[in-house]
Ligand binder design. Sequence first.
Ligand code: NAD
Length: 317
Amino acid sequence: MATEKKTRIVLIGTGAVGSSYAFALLNNNLADELVLIDVNEKKAEGDAIDLNHGLPFSAPMKIWKGDYADCRDADLVVITAGSNQAPGETRLDLLQKNIGIFKTIVSNVMENGFNGIFVIATNPVDVLTYATWKFSGLPHDRVIGSGTILDTARFRFLLGQHFNVDPRNVHAYIIGEHGDTELAVWSKADIGGRPVLDLFKKEGGDHAAKMDQIFTDVRDAAYQIINLKGATYYGIAMGLVRLTRAILRNENSILTVSTLANGSYGLDDVCIGLPAVVNRQGIREIIELDLDEKEKALLAKSADVLKNSLKNVANYF
Ligand code: NAD
């Protein structure tokens, strides 16, 4: 009897984000095998033991501290390794520290015969998604950054709270850099088929100020959380599980991931957060929204900032 191929996820980086993702995976029954890799081998081993003790409460999964040879049979390699933001530091400030780490990690993964899909969460995620595409030599549709999935989730949560509606019924996107130049696509946001702009106008009062406040709270959420507890990890862990499910279950889900904008939105040669259809092949297509003029200008500006960051590390490519 032929044995079915096991679904394997290799997670590289078992810090706050990585271990939260591993824990969330354990609760979602999405893969048969989970391999943990970290330069801090003790942390990876401790997490593997700890997570295994959760198995009697969840569903069968093989979890172990592994090494790069385990990437050969992986469907997904998820990278959450590298430095995180210190209070006051921007995501782009992390680039010089993390690009060298990525060169080593991605080379190790590829040298071991990996031929699956990369998911990147380390910051600055857009630049490191581009770097992973370059370093790996894989088709760009198989290198996916978490992009603005978390920012979009924060936006939907805050709009849901404002209008007292389940955030799952809020259709609204944050696009652009996962960082200070991201933007809200207000012109296309709707709740239950009703444009969010109309809902704000109907509410009366200074709706522009309310919208500004919501956007600012979304954009600066990471700074607020880092000031309060040093790092953010649960929200992104859930976002990474959502992305994992879209890929492994071939869901054709629309998520605002970081992907190579190969001519879409008039942008070229940059990875940036855009709504895209995600399935078992990776990125099926980018959804081109009919942005208004202000949104178009903000997106172009955000892409310029990312391109400038790429120039600062051009010696790596
Ligand atoms: P952390 O310091 O808790 O964990 C990082 C881990 O990476 C550590 O365990 C470290 O040992 C490991 N590591 C470092 N170099 C390595 C290498 N060469 N090989 C293997 N492992 C290595 O940091 P964190 O809070 O988990 O954050 C990780 C990254 O995720 C940061 O860049 C952070 O900014 C980013 N992040 C992204 C989002 C998002 O929305 N994309 C959200 C939150 C955090």
